[in-house]
Design a protein around this ligand. Structure first.
Ligand SMILES: *Cc1c(COP(=O)(O)O)cnc(C)c1O
Length: 390
């Protein structure tokens, strides 16, 4: 028998390593410096014993629906479950195909596969997002949904994607896990598809003390189904209308999410300001390419990604100088070991592969100081300046 793979501790060691760097991707200590206030709110939940789909979940759902300009928000266990349950609620099953991007986090694909469907990839554009022009060629009579991911917090070209979906009568499920408060022509990310899926993972823009997620929808039918599906299919205490799953948003996590939702404008505006500063000061640096910014898209910079020459050496140089530059992610989904059964090979998605080979994420969170931002810019300039003189 194979030895059991010990994966339980890789995240803690990641936190430890990155916390050692002065300019970090990780800012959870600052994010939750007012934890005493949250403890007080949690104390109220404990005193009332209001643990399972408690009133904090209702409150968060109402507020979340309002900020995404949707009719319903349904709290669930994670962003992955938000996607998985959306696909199940839309009737997606074994043998169906879902078209998505190869440039994403594993969860997008994991949710499709867990729902029983086959992920079918379409290449991305230079903005990291699925290229609407690549989608139609991938549609077959088995295609049941398109699953765009708003990478780094930049909404995909949703008008084009929704038009394609309507033409072929297939559904759209948005992976908006990076995109809280992002908009496309003024309309919130997550509000275009049959459902929009958000994550409250500790490393997302709106984060909690563990796992959590939320689904938004304008459909009465889907909202009803999803409320049943996340809670054993229970209509009331004694009657089950469909055997299902348990993926409720934890009431304690809803308290934390609600606490941060009250700060979401500060979080979002700070990230945008930091990104604008980088854009302005890195635009002319030879070796760095900044993705096209479109003025009708509000991008919220869950990540600030640049394309850069000699990426691995730049990353090492920045880390040596105390700047936590990260790669999200070096290996696209179609080239993951887990995807081998799908039969893709290097070269199948040339834009995606180029982006993966050159992408670098700079810290962009809301607690960076002007001094931090200046140092990041000057170290990148120093790196490319010294390259030139060699
Ligand atoms: C984080 C993330 C998810 C999943 O979120 P969890 O809450 O961690 O399950 C899905 N898609 C993308 C693009 C993500 O970054």
């Amino acid at each position: 028998m194979n030895a059991v793979i010990d994966v339980k501790n890789f995240l803690p060691s990641q936190y430890k390593q990155t916390n050692a760097l002065p300019i970090n991707h990780n800012y959870l200590n600052q994010q939750f410096a007012d934890y005493e206030t949250i403890f007080q709110k949690i104390k109220q939940v404990v005193l009332k014993g209001d643990f399972t789909l408690g009133s904090s979940v209702d409150e968060l759902e109402e507020n979340f629906a309002r900020i995404t300009q949707t009719k319903y928000a349904i709290g669930v266990g994670s962003g992955t479950d938000a996607i998985f349950l959306s696909l199940k609620a839309l009737g997606i099953k074994e043998g169906d195909e879902v078209i998505t991007t190869p440039f994403t986090f594993f969860a997008t694909i994991g949710a499709i596969v867990t729902a029983g469907a086959k992920p079918v990839f379409a290449d991305v554009g230079e903005d990291y997002n699925i290229d609407p022009n690549q989608i139609e060629a991938k549609i077959t009579n088995k295609t049941k949904a398109i699953l765009p991911v708003h990478w780094s917090g930049k909404p995909c070209h949703m008008e084009d994607i929704v038009a394609i979906a309507n033409r072929h009568q297939i559904n759209v499920v948005e992976d908006a896990c990076h995109a809280i408060k992002a908009t496309y022509r003024g309309k919130p990310a997550g509000s275009f598809g049959q459902t929009g899926c958000f994550s409250f993972h500790p490393l997302k823009n709106l984060n909690v003390w563990g796992d959590g997620g939320i689904i938004v929808t304008n459909s009465d039918d889907l909202a009803n189904k999803l409320k049943l599906m996340r809670n054993h299919g229970l209509k009331n205490r004694d009657e089950c209308v469909m055997f299902s799953y348990n993926s409720r948003l934890d009431t304690l996590q809803a308290v934390v999410a609600q606490h941060l939702l009250e700060k979401i404008n500060f979080i979002t505006d700070s990230r945008i300001n930091h990104a604008n500063f980088y854009d302005q000061h890195l635009a002319d640096v030879k070796g760095v390419t900044i993705a096209l910014r479109e003025n009708f898209i509000k991008q919220v910079y869950h990540l600030y990604c640049i394309q850069c020459d000699d990426r691995d050496n730049l990353q090492a140089f920045l880390i040596k100088n105390g700047i936590d530059a990260k790669v999200h992610y070096p290996i696209p989904m179609h080239l993951q070991p887990a995807a081998s059964y799908l039969g893709y090979k290097p070269g199948d998605f040339p834009v995606c592969e180029k982006m993966a080979n050159h992408t670098l994420s700079l810290p962009v969170h809301e607690f960076l100081s002007q001094k931090d931002l200046n140092l990041v810019v000057s170290k990148i300039k120093e790196f490319y300046g010294s390259q030139k003189s060699i």
